[in-house]
Design a protein around this ligand. Structure first.
Ligand SMILES: NCCC[C@H](NC(=O)CCC(=O)O)C(=O)O
Length: 446
């Protein structure tokens, strides 16, 4: 049966802001306190989704979280009515208010790890929401994320949904951002590559010294077990701790794969040669392209600044591969020269499309961070909630919804505004109807 890869992008929520919450993520820290534009952010994301659809791919959307997260603020001891909760948090613990207002669920590459049915022993597509324990503002996402995933990938005959891993640093899990699948065809068994930043249980093993490694080997192994993967088709690779210390907080900032292509920076991994050989061996027969970008062609600093590797490599219906890159790659002379030469080489990648996702980029999220890949076949697609699929008409209604509800300017000071809370909940309530999600949000279930 025909199989393909669908992309499910996160819809940017109405509280999108720059709070500098992600230590180790250079863009998040350097744009802390900048004024955000939630409306532009959401529209930029929707435009990317429609463009990918227009390239002939299946594109879906994942709903954002309920923010400000009043239930979590209450759990932390802020009481009274909602206005009191916001005001007290603002006055006494503004960092907690900011964390509970982040629209960070837009980066759905961190929503979950997904394994397609061709790789799993029970023939189902498996989802494990990422616990994101390393950052408080993200650790509060997985409960609602799990509900949104269940409401989106709805048919239990095809989709298996797991709980997030235990919320302990030994199992720090950041989802698909640290996971790549290589295969000949999306419908055939492939090799799943899990990239971790450190061992969770061996303090003597290599790890970064400046910035945190968010993903552990133990988490990656647990996800592989949950997803019923074959040892013969999984590879665990450690990220180079030095690059984490230079701002590569997820593997998808330094490497990306699609089908028989692995595109990576030469400094991305530890033990690179042996791991590439293991991948080649497990991949088996067939052409496999390792596209290594040397430091002399693209410095690590330029890779992090431009997000060259946070690109999407997409296979078009024609079989040709194209790269979806942020406009920052076009603006960086070294990176733009590299991409110009890449498409003339003898690799499956023939074209680069540039997209403006600057509102997200300023928080360290490029095109690839904004999407969750789900390889599936036609039968499985029929089991997806159809209202979450993007086409011209759903793009138009979602854009109208954004234009109706979103602000075009938000400062950190605005986060305690009860009007923002009300606008946000009204918008989300309407969204659950547009996307046919049911009551996924705490405010709809109380
Ligand atoms: N995959 C990209 C994730 C980017 C995300 N940034 C943030 O959460 C920044 C939020 C802020 O600073 O307001 C992160 O670091 O996890």
């Amino acid at each position: 049966m025909h199989a393909f890869e669908a992309n499910f992008d996160g819809l940017v929520g109405p509280t999108h802001n720059y709070a500098g919450l992600s230590f180790g993520n250079v863009a998040s820290q350097s744009n802390a306190q900048a004024v955000s534009n939630p409306k532009a952010a959401a529209l930029q994301g929707l435009d990317k989704m429609l463009s990918v659809r227009q390239l002939g791919l299946v594109q879906g959307v994942l709903a954002p979280q309920q923010r400000p997260d009043i239930p979590t603020l209450r759990q932390l001891g802020f009481g009274g009515n909602d206005a009191n909760v916001l005001q007290k948090a603002y006055e006494t613990a503004p960092h907690l208010l900011m964390a509970c207002c982040s629209a960070s669920s837009m980066w759905t590459a961190n929503a979950a790890t997904v394994s397609p049915s061709a790789d799993s022993a029970d023939g189902k597509v498996h989802f494990t929401p990422a616990n994101l324990v390393n950052k408080f503002h993200r650790a509060i996402e997985h409960g609602v994320t799990g509900r949104i995933l269940k409401a989106t990938f709805a048919d239990p005959r095809h989709f298996a949904h797991h709980d997030a891993l235990p919320a302990h640093e030994m199992f720090g899990d950041e989802g698909a951002a640290n996971h790549t699948r290589l295969c000949r065809d999306y419908g055939q068994a492939g090799v799943q590559l899990f990239v971790y930043g450190q061992h969770g249980s061996d303090p003597s093993a290599p790890k970064p010294s400046r910035y945190p490694a968010r993903q552990t080997l133990e988490a990656s192994q647990a996800v592989a077990r949950l997803h019923q993967l074959d040892e013969g088709n999984t590879v665990f690779v450690q990220q180079n701790p030095d690059v984490i210390d230079q701002g590569v907080f997820h593997n998808d900032v330094i490497a990306v794969g699609n089908q028989n292509v692995l595109f990576y920076h030469e400094q991305a991994f530890l033990d690179t040669q042996a791991k590439l050989e293991e991948i080649r061996h497990k991949f088996g027969d067939g052409e496999l392209h390792f596209i290594k970008v040397p430091t002399e062609s693209v410095s690590l600093e330029n890779a992090v600044r431009s997000y060259l590797f946070n690109t999407q490599i997409l296979t078009l219906p024609s079989g040709e591969m194209v790269i979806i890159a942020p406009t920052e790659c076009q603006e960086n002379p070294q990176v733009s020269a590299y991409l110009e030469s890449l498409v003339t080489r003898n690799t499956p990648i023939t074209k680069v499309h540039f997209f403006n996702v600057k509102q997200s980029m300023q928080n360290g999220g490029g095109p690839a961070c904004l999407r969750l890949r789900v390889a599936m076949n036609e039968q499985e697609l029929a089991g997806v909630n159809a209202a979450t699929l993007i086409d011209q008409s759903s793009h138009a209604s979602l854009s109208a919804w954004v234009n109706k509800h979103y602000r075009d300017r938000l400062t950190l000071d605005d986060l305690r505004d009860t009007a923002l809370l009300n606008e946000s909940l009204t918008a989300l309530d309407e969204l659950t109807q547009l996307l046919n999600l049911g009551s996924v949000y705490p405010f709809q279930r109380d």
